[in-house]
Design a protein around this ligand. Structure first.
Ligand SMILES: Cc1cc2nc3c(=O)[nH]c(=O)nc-3n(C[C@H](O)[C@H](O)[C@H](O)COP(=O)(O)OP(=O)(O)OC[C@H]3O[C@@H](n4cnc5c(N)ncnc54)[C@H](O)[C@@H]3O)c2cc1C
Length: 415
């Protein structure tokens, strides 16, 4: 939906102080911090695709500054872990907001909050549990019944929901491009150049499809694809999830979609459907998961059209203008890997969704850690649990695909 990207830079040498593999939120945040902290050193980001064409640009654009997963605190209680995460996400959101303002990144930054909504009784029960957690955390929310939600989002599909202010909407591809184009001048980005192999002896040799680069320090920030480089193979797996946007809706249709130009709905089940009304008058629908591979696009279209039709049967058409799939990296226990793998080799991978903010925060802290900068936030992150062991394929595949099928069945009307 954006104009074609104009590449920012090309490498002019083969030796760098730091190489970062992956130009998503994690990689670019690490690059920015290292570039800022060591203005005299050169940093190279190597990105397999074009900036914004990967998951960093292909997501639903919710920047949620609340924890998704609080069960990652080792011996600390979930409440303490949640408090640490809330503080960290709050700082991260403020940092991103400052960057957007300072560099005039035109990404539709809109702190509109978010709805959570449930269609079925099980979904309602699960939202009530979320609300209990919000109360514990001191997060404000406003509840809605079916009629109230219908007024806000133009569908009587959901029987119960709530709105909380903890979310900012963005056009994610515009944000990641803006972040890339405003990096310090000592950071070079090499795009459309997948890294094929990493030789893990010092200095590190990074082999790409077209060349070879060496560095004293390497940061792995390619999320689920880290395992293709032999890193954390037994901790991470990738899933694809899918989304589509309608063409711009007519003024009559838009008039029935509530009084706000932009809103978004998080489902009451992990395998449920996310909805978003976008500022330019379109609806976005995101749903479904597949293991390690992208499913056939006809299947995706049918599925997303069904989700849209069930919620908005009154629409004149249920066509989509754009449809896409993207990957995200999951771990068994929902924890990310963050830290130093061996001297000079750092990684932050396994974002478990919600990686726009998490990736930015973890990438920033990883860059600081690699530069020896200590902070309370870094101590907090290093204290979180890491990802637990995963069995190899084919057992892993059977386990994940069965879990997806089971969750999809349990999701029922939330799909
Ligand atoms: C449809 C969809 C909707 C989503 N909605 C949201 C949302 O609303 N909010 C949210 O916070 N998150 C959402 N997510 C998840 C979010 O996109 C990710 O969590 C986020 O992009 C993770 O950031 P990252 O930098 O860690 O990894 P990525 O953004 O995946 O970046 C990793 C980069 O590494 C590159 N790479 C991979 N292998 C190599 C290699 N060998 N060599 C060089 N480069 C390589 C990739 O091309 C990629 O650009 C969604 C994801 C999808 C697919």
């Amino acid at each position: 939906m954006l104009p074609e990207r104009v590449e920012r830079s090309r490498p002019t040498r083969s030796r760098y102080a730091t190489i970062i593999i992956g130009g998503g939120y994690t990689g670019l945040a690490a690059a920015r911090r290292i570039g800022e902290l060591r203005p005299g050193e050169d940093v190279l980001v190597i990105e397999a695709s074009t900036i914004g064409e990967g998951s960093a640009g292909r997501n639903s654009g919710f920047i949620i500054d609340l924890p998704h997963n609080t069960k990652m605190g080792g011996h600390t209680s979930p409440l303490e872990v949640a408090r640490k995460q809330i503080r960290m996400y709050d700082d991260g959101r403020k940092w991103l907001e400052e960057l957007v303002r300072e560099h005039r990144i035109d990404c539709g930054w809109n702190p509109a909050g978010k709805y959570h909504a449930a269609a079925g009784d099980k979904g309602v029960a699960s939202l009530r549990a979320v609300i209990d957690q919000y109360r514990q955390w001191g997060i404000s929310f406003t509840e809605f019944d079916r009629e109230g939600l219908n007024e806000k989002i133009g569908t009587p599909y959901y029987q119960y929901g709530f709105h909380s202010p903890n979310n900012v909407f963005v056009q994610p591809a515009a944000l990641i491009r803006g972040l890339a184009d405003s990096l310090p001048t000592n950071v070079t980005i090499l795009e459309d150049e997948p890294v094929l192999a990493l030789d893990e002896t010092m200095p590190f040799v990074v082999r790409t499809v077209n060349g070879e680069y060496t560095a004293d320090r390497v940061i792995i920030a390619n999320n689920g694809f880290a395992k293709q480089l032999g890193i954390l193979r037994d901790r991470i797996f990738t899933i694809f999830t899918y989304a589509a946007v309608t063409p711009r809706l007519s003024d009559t249709e838009l008039a029935r979609l509530g009084d706000s130009k932009e809103w978004g709905v998080i489902p009451a089940n992990r395998l449920g459907t996310t909805l978003r009304r976008i500022q330019d008058g379109r609806l976005m629908v995101r749903s479904a998961y597949s293991y390690e591979r992208e499913q056939a696009s006809e299947k995706t279209r049918e599925l997303l059209t069904g989700c849209y039709k069930r919620r908005y049967p009154q629409m004149k058409s249920h066509e989509f203008e754009y449809m896409w799939g993207g990957t995200t990296a999951l771990t068994r226990n929902g924890a990310s890997f963050f830290g130093e793998l061996r001297p000079g080799l750092y990684a932050s991978v396994g974002c478990n969704g919600a990686g726009v903010l998490k990736g930015s925060v973890f990438g920033k802290l990883l860059g600081e850690m690699a530069m020896g900068v200590d902070s309370a936030a870094l101590t907090d992150v290093l204290g979180f649990d890491g990802p637990t062991w995963l069995p190899p394929d084919p057992i892993r595949k059977v386990a994940v695909t069965s879990a997806i099928r089971y969750q999809a069945a349990v999701a029922g009307p939330e799909r």
